[in-house]
Ligand binder design. Structure first.
Ligand SMILES: [Zn+2]
Ligand SMILES: [Zn+2]
Length: 152
């Protein structure tokens, strides 16, 4: 069923809370990830930039160059034919994965919507989620409460 796109209202749909161990069903717009409870600030999962994160937006290029070298890359976004120049630096192997236009997550989502690959949007969000969850269930979140009880 095709819905007219003229209205900007977001449609609510059944979603499953993605907080570890919750699985509660709630109604939310398509980008909602958590139930009302887990949307609260104290459950917010902190994002940290760690080397493991880079592959969402970046790629590893194992090049052999010992001098700065220009190369041309293809944007890794499905359906995008853009090419872009990348400067390869000696002993640096992390480089952008997307063309300058698609380094912005919002633009990647827009592009995927345009080519009708909503499934890839979900996948992309899941990739970011798995990174977030890795730290959200960590013991350091609970550590603050332990400190409080020590005082008493
Ligand atoms: Zn929840
Ligand atoms: Zn692109």
């Amino acid at each position: 069923m095709q819905l007219p796109k003229s209205r900007r209202r977001q449609k609510l749909r059944e979603k499953k809370c993605q907080y570890p161990g919750c699985d509660k069903i709630f109604y939310g717009i398509h980008i909602s990830k958590y139930c009302a409870e887990h949307r609260q600030d104290r459950y917010r999962i902190r994002k940290r930039s760690r080397p493991e994160n880079v592959n969402i937006k970046n790629q590893t290029i194992q090049h052999p160059y010992t001098e700065v070298t220009m190369t041309v890359m293809h944007c890794k976004l499905p359906g995008c034919d853009n090419q872009f120049e990348v400067k390869l630096y000696p002993r640096q192997f992390i480089y952008p994965k997307y063309c300058p236009e698609h380094r912005n997550e919002y633009k990647r989502i827009r592009h995927l919507q345009r080519i009708g690959r909503e499934d890839l949007i979900e996948q992309m969000k899941c990739e970011s989620d798995s990174v977030e969850l890795e730290y959200g269930s960590g013991a350091d979140v609970l550590g603050a409460d332990d400190d409080m009880t020590d005082v008493a």
